[in-house]
Structure formats: structure tokens, C-alpha cells
Design a protein around this ligand. Structure first.
Ligand SMILES: [Zn+2]
Ligand SMILES: [Zn+2]
Length: 444
């Protein structure tokens, strides 16, 4: 094993890679974020899951998800019908977002895994493998088929009260697709793929380079060594100081920190706060049932579920649509503010909170998916119909703005501004990393 240098993407602490037992993950000694997994020699398991996922995805797109029967009339919907309905009803933004998150991104995710893992398993090279894996890193957060499934279950709960609803083949395909896609992700560390598709002549910086770089100082952050971490593939490279350092492994431009990170993160968070008001005032949909129309806001939607005794679903919707956005906005504001002010304090906890908010934000899309399903399925005019409302547009805007805000923020700033990156560590980073990495290796 070469003792390659690796810097934490969340706090910039520099480590030296060590051998860790198969199936374990090495974590950062300073902030606890995962650094790398044990090197993988075979990729057949994630490949098998990717091929299975593709077959299920084809079924999910070719057959009806639900069949809705009422007063002798029958309507069916597919994955694409929500997109079409939003488009026809004059909501192009919602049509675009639902198409991206429930069709385009999941399909690209599966395709990219097959396109890259199949040639690796056959020991051949295909053109553009690096490019595909690089785009995958950008697309991954927008793949939300798992959230779509929850939206589907909420829609189903709302419909069964007043009509006959039958689940179609696509419904079961989506139910199977979620665990298969999850297995595809947990059996593969994308960083291990980068090692395999990197140019053969690529030289990694390792322990032997440290002495030259540190000038004998005991420092801990990669930036103090004049090193940068590629945001796409996590390779550590020397800063060319011209602002145009390119990663030799994935080809992306590498920056010391994300450009104008805090101001962009604040601006996007402020957008989310502003959109949160119309998202809760305006109805997300209008339900017409036997000639009577009623507008549903996010809050009244939860109340209706609770009144009907559907407590588990009401709690899920309340958590995803009301609790998560508020908690996310408050937590991100706290992280940004303490970073801006350069406050010391619980830096590790702040990093953890940032990581968690980055992960949970997408679950708020549940209500948007629910509206897309109901509007596509319930189209019986005055007998029963569902029209999307402006509240859904604003709410979708809140979810996207908070996601983009978290993406714009560079968590390494949490550690930079407090001056913790300097010479406060008594031991040299390599020795420190070596013994801690082994202790923290936990089975994944
Ligand atoms: Zn760290
Ligand atoms: Zn890179």
C-alpha cells in the first residue's frame, strides 16, 4: 500500500492512507467524516445491482403505477404522467423538477454505474469513463426515486378513502428498485472507482512528499502544505497558485475553497426563507370532490391525514414538509453565522449538523411528488379532480434553494476561520492519522 495523502473534504485535515480491513471505513481524526473505504478489487456486486436496477427501472416506466376507479371511470398513471400533467396545467418548473428527480437523474445514476463498472469488470477501457463518473457526482443528489415512493404512499393513503385504487406492475417495480439502488450504493465507494479509472501513469502525492511540503513545521490542514483537494474525486494535488489547477485524475478545476462560498450559501438560504412564506400560505393543490372544491395547504394536508386517523402517514408528511425545512433553515443559519463570525466552540458537532442537513433536505420533496401523482391520476372533472397550486411551486423552490445553499457552503470554512488549522496539533499528522484511522475503522 502506498502511503498516499488524503485530506478530509469537510475539515481539510491531512491524513496518510493506511491499509484498513475489508468492508471498513476510515474516518477523519478531527471531524469524524468518512474519508475512504477499504480498497475494492471486484466490482461485480454493485454492477449486478445496477443491471437489476435498470431492468426494474424499465418496468417502472413501461407499466401503470396506479389504477384509479370511480363511478365507472378508470384512470391510470405512469412515472411520466406527473410531468405531463404539471406541464399541461401550466407549471413548467414543477414538470422539470419532477422529470429531473424521478426519471432523468435516477436513470443516469444507473446508466453511469453500468457504463463504468462493466468495462472495469471486463478489464477494458471505454471512452469518457472519467467524464461519466464526474457528471455522476453532480447528478447524484438530484436522484430522488426513494422520496418519490414515499410521495406515492401518501397519495395512495389519500385516495383509498374515496375510490378504488389498484397498484400496477410499476408500483411493485419501484418498491423493489429502492432497496436494489440502495445496495448498489452501499456496496460501492465512488472513490474506489476513481482509483481504477485513473490514468495508469498518474502519480499520487504520498508520505515522502510531506517533509518537503511542510518545511519542518507541524501543521494539520492540507492548505498549509500548499495542497488542494479535488471536490469531485478527492485527489490531493499541489496548488499551482494560478487559480487554474486542474485535477490530473478527473479533469475538474480544483479550488482551495469553493468560490464565494458563504455569500452564495447565505443568498440561497435567504431565497428559501422568502419562498417559505408563499409555500405555506398558498394551496399546494385544489381537490374537487362531487362538485365541491377545497384548497389544501401543506399544513391543512397534514391535518386532513391526522383527522382521518392516518397517523403514521401524517407524521411522515409533517416531518418531511414542515419540520425538516424549518430545522434545516435554522441549522444552516447557525452554521453559517458561527462560521462568518469565526466562533470557536463545537466545531465537530457543527460539521456533523452540516452533513446531516445536507442529507435530509431532499426528503421534503414528498409533498411535490404527492401532488404530481394525485393531479395525474384524479382527472374526473366535477366528480373528482386535483389541480396543482402555486404553493407547490414555492415549496419546491424552498427545497431546491436549501439544497443548493448547503452545496454552495464549504464546510472547511468552519475550521479555517477559527485558526484551528494551524500548529495546534502536537503530533505530526501522519503518525496521528495512522493510529486513529485504525481505531475508527468500523464495518460499513
Ligand atoms: Zn475532517
Ligand atoms: Zn478530481
Amino acid at each position: 500500500m502506498s502511503h498516499r495523502l488524503i485530506a478530509c473534504e469537510h475539515c481539510d485535515y491531512l491524513h496518510v492512507e493506511e491499509n484498513i480491513p475489508a468492508g471498513s471505513v476510515a474516518c477523519c481524526v478531527r471531524c469524524g467524516s468518512p474519508l475512504y473505504s477499504a480498497e475494492q478489487s471486484r466490482f461485480d456486486k454493485p454492477l449486478a445491482f445496477a443491471i437489476t436496477a435498470l431492468l426494474l427501472f424499465i418496468i417502472a416506466n413501461s407499466y401503470p403505477i396506479l389504477t384509479f376507479a370511480m363511478e365507472g371511470r378508470v384512470e391510470t398513471n405512469t412515472l411520466g404522467s406527473g410531468v405531463l400533467t404539471f406541464w399541461q396545467e401550466g407549471f413548467p418548473f414543477l414538470a422539470f423538477m419532477v422529470a429531473l428527480t424521478s426519471i432523468v437523474a435516477p436513470l443516469f445514476l444507473i446508466f453511469a454505474h453500468i457504463y463504468v463498472l462493466l468495462p472495469i469488470s471486463l478489464n477494458i477501457r471505454l471512452p469518457g469513463m472519467q467524464k461519466v463518473w464526474r457528471i455522476l457526482a453532480m447528478v447524484r443528489p438530484w436522484s430522488m426515486l426513494d422520496v418519490f415512493l414515499i410521495g406515492l404512499l401518501v397519495a395512495l393513503t389519500k385516495l383509498t378513502d374515496f375510490a378504488q385504487v389498484i397498484a400496477g406492475p410499476a408500483f411493485f417495480a419501484i418498491c423493489c428498485l429502492i432497496p436494489v439502488a440502495l445496495l448498489m450504493n452501499v456496496t460501492l465507494d465512488p472513490r474506489n472507482v476513481w482509483r481504477r479509472i485513473a490514468p495508469a501513469s498518474l502519480r499520487y502525492l504520498d508520505q515522502s512528499d510531506l517533509a518537503d511540503l511542510s518545511n519542518g513545521n507541524s501543521v494539520s490542514q492540507a492548505r498549509h502544505y500548499g495542497l488542494l483537494t479535488c471536490h469531485t474525486c478527492a485527489m490531493v494535488v499541489k496548488d499551482q497558485k494560478d487559480g487554474h489547477t486542474r485535477c490530473p485524475r478527473c479533469g475538474d478545476v480544483v479550488h482551495q475553497r469553493k468560490a464565494r462560498s458563504l455569500s452564495r450559501a447565505w443568498a440561497l438560504l435567504a431565497t428559501a426563507v422568502i419562498l417559505y412564506v408563499p409555500a405555506n400560505i398558498f394551496p399546494i393543490m385544489t381537490v374537487t370532490y362531487l362538485g365541491r372544491s377545497e384548497a389544501d395547504t401543506i399544513l391543512s394536508g397534514v391535518a386532513v391525514l391526522a383527522k382521518a386517523g392516518e397517523w403514521p402517514i401524517a407524521i411522515v408528511v409533517f416531518t418531511a414538509s414542515i419540520l425538516v425545512p424549518i430545522v434545516k433553515i435554522v441549522m444552516l443559519s447557525w452554521v453559517y453565522m458561527t462560521t462568518y463570525l469565526g466562533l470557536s466552540g463545537p466545531l465537530k458537532e457543527r460539521t456533523l449538523i452540516y452533513r446531516v442537513t445536507e442529507l435530509v433536505g431532499r426528503w421534503s420533496m414528498v409533498d411535490v411528488f404527492m401532488v404530481s401523482i394525485l393531479a395525474a391520476l384524479v382527472k374526473l372533472g366535477n366528480i373528482a379532480s386535483v389541480q396543482p397550486g402555486f404553493g407547490a411551486v414555492a415549496f419546491c423552490g424552498v427545497v431546491i434553494a436549501t439544497m443548493l445553499s448547503a452545496m454552495a457552503f464549504d464546510p472547511r470554512l468552519i475550521w479555517d476561520r477559527t485558526g484551528m488549522g494551524g500548529s495546534q496539533q502536537s503530533s505530526t499528522p501522519d503518525v496521528y492519522a495512522q493510529d486513529q484511522v485504525e481505531k475508527q475503522g468500523t464495518p460499513s
